[in-house]
Design a protein around this ligand. Sequence first.
Ligand SMILES: Cc1cc2nc3c(=O)[nH]c(=O)nc-3n(C[C@H](O)[C@H](O)[C@H](O)COP(=O)(O)OP(=O)(O)OC[C@H]3O[C@@H](n4cnc5c(N)ncnc54)[C@H](O)[C@@H]3O)c2cc1C
Length: 388
Amino acid sequence: MVDFTLTDEQQALREMAHDFAEKEMRPVAWEYDKDGTWPQDIIEKAWELGLMNTHIPEEYGGAGASYFDGALIEEELSWGCSGIQTSLGCNGLATAPVVYAASEELKKEYLGRLTEAPLLASFCLTEPEAGSDVASMRTTAVKQGDKYVINGSKCFITNGGYANWYTVYAKTDKEAGHRGISAFIVPRDAGVVVDKKEDKLGQRASNTATISFSDVEIPAENLIGEENKGFKIAMATLDRTRPGVASMAVGIARAAMEFAVNYSKERVQFGVPIAMHQGIQFMIADMASEIEAARLLAWKSAVMLDNGERNTLVSSFAKRFAADTAMKVATDAVQVYGGYGFIKEYPVEKLFRDAKIMQLYEGTSQIQRLVIARETLLPRRVEEPAAV
Ligand SMILES: Cc1cc2nc3c(=O)[nH]c(=O)nc-3n(C[C@H](O)[C@H](O)[C@H](O)COP(=O)(O)OP(=O)(O)OC[C@H]3O[C@@H](n4cnc5c(N)ncnc54)[C@H](O)[C@@H]3O)c2cc1C
């Protein structure tokens, strides 16, 4: 039987995350957005409460929470401020390849660092010349004795300026396209250089940086999984993180809808609250139904992971639909506010800017459609396990 009722534990978790979003994030969200303030205080509080590192297994000090529980948390925290949540949630992205494929020693050391102290890790795939086309990356890792030497540059790295360690993808075979990529753990103190902090349209409280490696030496044991299997590890990572990103988009959309609903009941034009005009009601109706549909897709893609099923298709459904929904709902929320929606003093202006990134990072909406088309035209075996 399919039952969408949350258990008492899930309800309590959701309420805890909502409470944190309401009391700790909302009061500073618009202020932190204005100056791009780094939310160190909130990171420390969220870490203390166990709202970070939820997917790290218990044996490495994490909560070992399900992907579904993670989705509940991510929607609430993103409702609070998706910029701050991007920084809170990034450890999930950086650690997914480690949990998926790293050696026991690497897991103990690097997952342990994040659960023992409020430290951060970053996921480094994107390069200036290699965004959607991951295989064209130029960063190299050359094996020299018992070390790898890494050279190259990565851009748009979330928390790049603050990370203690980095999951880095690099070419170990330059001629082999996506089959020549390997994944590594690179500690910051191995010589990672932070070149630049980006000044962004939205999610301004999250840190987005360009980082570079110039003859950075790491032990050969820092290879995650097998050499030249990095592309597979990266794709498996995105299957695992897209349900959470979809939930974040739902959180933004929900926040925008709530503001629009409240405003439409207060703003009077033509002698009645604008909520009385059918044109406004229809926008609200579309927001409510699309948010519900986006949440159900996000939940399904998370539950499939929890059941050990391959969720590539459904996680792309979820990420694509939820991201496009967040952008549409935030755009319509600005419309409901009229000219005031365009003014920074009013809350939906920030949500409109924040929503845009959901269609860009962790695979653009076009790339999600490519995945969906490929999986639909050439379906793969559904029984293929999601975890190794
Ligand atoms: C705030 C922020 C945080 C980020 N965080 C991280 C991070 O932590 N780690 C990380 O590795 N990366 C991160 N990224 C990078 C992000 O994942 C990339 O920006 C994204 O994958 C797109 O790559 P690109 O920007 O190079 O765009 P491009 O790949 O150059 O795409 C440009 C346009 O062309 C379209 N396009 C490209 N190829 C095709 C195609 N085959 N068919 C149809 N359309 C296509 C795209 O959809 C897009 O509209 C972040 C980016 C931002 C802005």
